[in-house]
Design a binder for this molecule. Structure first.
Ligand code: PEP
Ligand code: MG
Length: 911
């Protein structure tokens, strides 16, 4: 609902009867919901809200708006009339609370002052009215303490120390044991602290107390803690906070009073029922302070049946009204129930899915609304096996020894191994292993496949280990710098000096980055069993959660416009991706097909001195590549398969320069020079680059190594022809990486077209192969209109595009200065994880538009890591792309988020 207000009159104060829940921008979350409850006829202590607009004016100009004082006076008058007493009235004071309340909840970040209106005089009146002197003096000392600290800036510890001293003098341990006289003395002491520290007396005028408290709440918007919190949570700095002035009710007036919290459903399971806690004879802050143990809410029924029944009825009203789980704070003052707060409550990931479908079944919400009640991060959380929390916190024989970057979620336990060879050998004999390296490289692939999880002491979220592990859905912790990994001696030293030897059991948590010594028990995910087709919704053993996930996925699939493809390089991944709902392959990285026993052929290609030698090695590679593609087309029959021609710098296929130099030097010293190794070393030197990511890679390889790309294109075309001959439906798309200008693409394209035409001629098959390019360099994005002339599709390579737009090395920065950037709030999340909308994102959107201007039917996708990131998926939806492509395990998340993107707009309130 829009916030329609008369533009000529700025109204800065709203009575609770005047607002509603849709005015959160203006009244903040708390104020809007208090108003909503008031209008529902629920028992809310009367009060009013000063708007965020008043706060913004104050923060901008340093002065409160001129009209504010009179408006507050008018609302205070009305409140006093309603309550039948005046603020701070000596014989029967009206007391109020002054609470902050921004649009988005910022727990504990801003200020609150309770019991405003108490003074040396009115404390006596309160004591008489309440018939409880202790209560009155306790309320007064709380006011001076809170006011002193938050409004007058007195160090809170001074009050705490004085309170401790009073308890010590009386030889008691809890403040409830202090009597009226003790508290009266404490009030004198507190006032003295205020005078000394603030250089002024604690104000006795209740209106002055209120005005100063309001100003302090405004100021707290710009406190250091609040600013940092906003940067991290990406809450805009210019929203300001509203201030709620609410008549006080007391839960600490005896056994017929109390305070509690309640949920309309179990926030852990989603189950409907009576959930919450109650504390008799106490105020809200006593619950937080844990002075006494609360009792389960159900016990309120026997303590105060009338209030309990009323509360149950209110909870039902709230759920039906908000159409969601609500959490509630309430107080009972001498048998009278008061609602102090409500809001749509937080819940666990599992509960979110269950509640959303329950509400659909109850007819309270529709499918589209249900999709806004869950998110991809929650689904991801449900998909990974977890460590048993209780145990990880300190099970027998388990010790946390380090923490790295949570690179690929999940929980893995196994024996420590320090090289791929051992990982493969041990896993073949049935051992579960964790591969521990300083960092990984393509040579480690076998070991990574064999391992349960991967742990590295270097590298960030886009390091080789992280990207490959995520691709495999394998747990990975990387950049755990406090661990000293010594691969030569096959050991790792943890802080404190303990040495982990090969074979010792370690556990790693890819969701938190924690590393443990010993075995932490793992809880498997029923949701993955479901996606894998091993558990069926509706089956006897399927739980409610699986049922709920199944239904939510169906909702998402019905609503989404974006298609979802997989980044997959082999048939096994492709088949899994299909089970998980992939609608094709968006990126097959062919370099992964050049490893293992093919490496030798690639080496021969790189070392070839003559055309004949080169052609021979290409000829040997051709049938192998063709077989790879046939398998992929088979797995993805009827769906598009985008195959990227070779991309990485060639040195990645050659031995490490240092190791090779040592080998050659040793052989020479033994006077047994090895001809091939010498040639290899020369090639390694020749191909060595200072900045390989900006060097000879991508389309540049195709342009300088004759025959390489044409061999790959031929393999694709022949594989497609073979599948056609078998009456199947291969849908290959050939993708050229790292193009910076249309000329590069035109040259490669011309050759590719020639090869395809030749295969079509010789096989007598019409192949209809699409040729397109990756957009992963700023120049490509800036000249997208030209590039589209030679491309039938664009796939945005947002990993490289982020790297080149920011000038951040994707292999280095996350482990070096990103932590500092995150701490300083320069970004809330790495731009390699979530698309940087303003920079990289705007380039993507502009390139998409320019490309389509040239070629209206240009197909647009994204295949960088961002393709599986929830927030980024929303961005790509808005930018009008056709599909996102991500690793198989992230496909369900991308499907769900694509559905959510279709039913919510960017920047919605669903935080
Ligand atoms: C990219 O750069 O976004 C991409 C998908 O390619 P790669 O990660 O293989 O460089
Ligand atoms: Mg790339």
């Amino acid at each position: 609902m829009s916030e329609n207000r008369d533009p000529h009159v700025t109204k800065f104060v709203y009575d609770f009867t005047e607002g509603n829940k849709d005015l959160k921008d203006l009244l903040g979350g708390k104020g809007a919901n208090l108003a909503e409850m008031t209008n529902l006829g629920l028992p809310v202590p009367p009060g009013f809200t000063i708007t965020t607009e008043a706060c913004r004016t104050y923060l901008d100009s340093g002065e409160e708006p001129a009209a504010l004082r009179d408006e507050v006076s008018a609302h205070l008058d009305a409140l006093e009339t309603t309550m039948g007493k005046k603020l701070g009235q000596a014989d029967d004071p009206l007391l109020v609370s002054v609470r902050s309340g921004a649009k988005f909840s910022m727990p504990g970040m801003m200020d609150t002052v309770l019991n405003i209106g108490l003074s040396d005089k009115s404390v006596q009146g309160l004591a008489r009215q309440a018939g409880d002197e202790r209560f009155a003096w306790d309320s007064y000392r709380r006011l001076i303490q809170m006011f002193g600290k938050t409004v007058l800036g007195v160090d809170g510890e001074l009050f705490e120390d004085a309170l401790e001293a009073a308890k010590a003098a009386k030889k008691v341990t809890v403040d409830t044991e202090l009597e009226a006289a003790d508290l009266e003395k404490l009030v004198t002491k507190f006032k003295k602290i205020v005078r000394t520290e603030a250089g002024r007396d604690f104000p006795q005028d209740p209106r002055e107390q209120m005005d100063l408290a309001v100003k302090a709440v405004f100021d707290s918007w710009n406190g250091d803690r609040a600013k940092l919190y906003r940067r991290q949570e990406r809450i805009p700095h210019d929203l300001g906070t509203a201030v709620n002035v609410c008549s006080m009710v007391f839960g600490n007036l005896g056994p017929d009073s109390g305070t509690g919290v309640a949920f309309t459903r179990d926030p852990a399971s989603g189950q409907q029922g009576v959930y919450g806690d109650y504390l008799q004879n106490a105020q809200g802050e006593d619950v937080v302070a844990g002075i006494r143990n609360t009792v389960p809410l159900a016990e309120l029924e026997s303590i105060d049946k009338k209030s309990y029944d009323q509360l149950m009825q209110i909870m039902e009203t709230l759920e039906n009204h908000y159409k969601d789980l609500c959490d509630i704070e309430f107080t009972i003052e001498r048998g009278q129930l008061w609602m102090l707060q409500t809001r749509v409550g937080k819940r666990t990931a599992g509960a979110a899915f269950r509640i959303a479908t329950q509400l659909v079944d109850q007819g309270l919400i529709d499918e589209a609304e249900a999709l806004t009640r869950v998110n991809g991060a929650q689904l991801a959380q449900l998909m990974f096996p977890r460590f048993d929390d209780e145990y990880a916190r300190g099970g027998e024989g388990v010790e946390q020894v380090g923490r790295g970057i949570a690179a690929s979620p999940g929980a893995a336990v196994g024996k420590a191994v320090f090289d791929s060879y051992t990982a493969v050998k041990w896993s073949r004999s049935g051992e579960k292993v964790i591969l521990i390296r300083r960092e990984t490289n393509p040579d480690d692939l076998d070991g990574m496949i064999a391992a349960e999880g991967i742990l590295t002491s270097r590298g960030g979220k886009t390091s080789h280990a992280a990207v490959v592990a995520r691709g495999m859905g394998k747990t990975c912790v990387c950049g755990a710098e406090e661990l000293e990994v010594d691969t030569k001696r096959r050991r790792m030293t943890v802080p404190g000096g303990h040495v982990v030897e090969e074979g010792d059991v370690v556990s790693i948590d890819g969701s938190s980055g924690k590393v443990y010594l010993g075995e932490v028990p793992v809880v498997p995910s029923p949701v993955v069993e479901y996606f894998e087709g091993r558990m069926h919704p509706g089956a006897d053993d399927a739980d409610e959660l699986v049922e709920a996930v199944h239904r939510m996925m169906a909702f998402a699939d019905r609503k989404r416009r974006l298609r979802v493809r997989a980044n997959a390089d082999n048939a096994e991944d492709a088949l899994r991706a299909r089970r998980f709902g992939a609608q094709g392959i968006g990126l097959c990285r062919t370099e992964h097909m050049f490893l293992g026993d093919r490496r030798e052929l690639v080496e021969r290609l790189i070392l070839a001195d003559t055309e004949v030698e080169r052609e021979e090695s290409l000829k040997a590679l051709l049938p192998l590549q063709k077989r790879d593609f046939v398998e992929l087309f088979e797995a993805m029959d009827g769906l598009p398969v985008t195959i990227r021609l070779l991309d990485p710098p060639l040195h990645e296929f050659l031995p490490d320069i240092t190791e090779l130099s040592v080998r050659v030097a040793l052989a020479e010293s033994r006077q047994e020079p090895h001809e091939n190794e010498l040639r290899l070393l020369q090639a390694v030197h020749r191909l060595h680059e200072q900045n390989p990511m900006l060097g000879l890679r991508g389309v540049r390889l195709g342009l300088v190594i004759p025959g390489l790309f044409t061999m790959q294109v031929r393999a694709i075309a022949e594989a497609a022809a073979e599948r056609r001959a078998a009456k199947c439906d291969p849908r290959a798309e050939i993708m050229i990486p790292l193009v910076g200008t249309v000329q590069e693409l035109e040259i490669v394209r011309e050759e590719a077209d020639r090869v395809i035409a030749e295969v079509e001629r010789t096989t007598g098959t019409r192949l209809k192969l699409a040729i397109g390019t990756m957009i992963e360099l700023p120049r490509a994005a800036l000249t997208a209109g030209q590039i589209a002339e030679a491309a039938e599709f664009f796939s945005f390579g947002t990993n490289d595009l982020t790297q080149t737009v920011w000038g951040f090395s994707r292999d280095d920065v996350e482990a070096s200065f990103f932590t500092a950037y995150l701490e300083k709030g320069i970004f809330g999340v790495s731009p390699f994880e979530t698309i940087d909308k303003d920079g990289v994102g705007s380039l993507v959107a502009a390139a998409a538009k320019a490309g389509r201007a040239t070629r209206p039917d240009l197909k647009l996708g994204v295949c960088g890591e961002h393709g599986g990131d929830p927030e980024s998926v929303h961005f790509f939806h808005e930018a009008g792309l056709d599909y996102v492509s991500c690793s198989p395990f992230r496909i369900p998340v991308a499907r769900l988020e694509a559905g959510r993107a279709a039913v919510t707009s960017l920047g919605s309130d669903h935080r």
